[in-house]
Design a protein around this ligand. Structure first.
Ligand SMILES: N[C@@H](CCC(=O)N[C@@H](CS)C(=O)NCC(=O)O)C(=O)O
Length: 203
């Protein structure tokens, strides 16, 4: 199998963490790709018409995307145990969706700064994205700490990748402020070998 990825992508990191957790590292070749919404020339568009990373090409040539599909597939193939049975599954998937939603907002903020000429950037729109992230982070601090204290699952993977991405791109926004429980959880989980081995590059 081939996994198209880029070192700074938090979605691709989810897949790399899952690969390690599922014991499948030896079965997947990592293919570095680069691109942006404006330039898909370095992206695996022949496999994923959306031109996004991560994209997994299976041994039979079929392509899988996006990160939620790939992680679930890798977990099933390797029996990683990151997706519990229902009813716990619904919590895991909701946590994963919440984490990915924060990442989505953060990526849009990055794109706004990178893709648009300065005079076209909308500060109000950027702050509206950050407000989504802030609301979600507050909810995680208030309601999800008991889940985070439980067995490591796909939701934990996604959230750790999201928080790592906020540190990489938005350190100045200080997401830890007022969220001691989430901060402590992230500190601890970051030492897990699969997360330590896939830490994002320095900003
Ligand atoms: N929902 C997708 C999001 C993937 C995504 O947006 N990846 C970014 C890299 S971090 C990308 O490929 N951007 C290029 C583009 O949007 O054209 C997933 O979970 O895989």
């Amino acid at each position: 199998m081939e996994l198209y990825w880029s070192p700074a992508s938090p979605y691709a990191r989810k897949c790399r963490v899952t690969l390690i957790e599922a014991g499948l590292e030896d079965r997947v070749r990592l293919m570095t790709a680069m691109g942006s919404p404006y330039d898909s020339s370095g992206m695996p568009v022949a496999h994923n018409p959306l031109g996004k990373l991560p994209t997994l090409v299976r041994a039979d040539g079929c392509a899988l995307y996006d990160s939620r599909v790939i992680c679930r597939y890798l977990d099933a193939v390797g029996k990683g145990g990151l997706y519990p049975e229902p009813p716990h599954l619904w919590e895991t998937l909701t946590l994963e969706a919440t984490a990915d939603g924060i990442t989505d907002a953060a990526i849009l903020m990055v794109y706004e700064a990178r893709m648009r000429p300065e005079e076209m950037r909308l500060e109000q729109w950027v702050e509206a994205q950050w407000e989504k992230a802030t609301r979600a982070l507050d909810m995680l601090e208030e309601r999800w700490i008991s889940h985070l204290a439980g067995p490591f699952d796909a939701g934990h993977v996604a959230l750790a990748c999201t928080l790592g991405y906020l540190d990489l791109r938005f350190a100045a926004r200080e997401w830890r402020k007022g969220r001691p429980a989430l901060s402590a959880w992230f500190e601890k989980v970051s030492a897990r070998p699969s997360l330590a081995a896939t830490a994002p590059p320095a900003a």
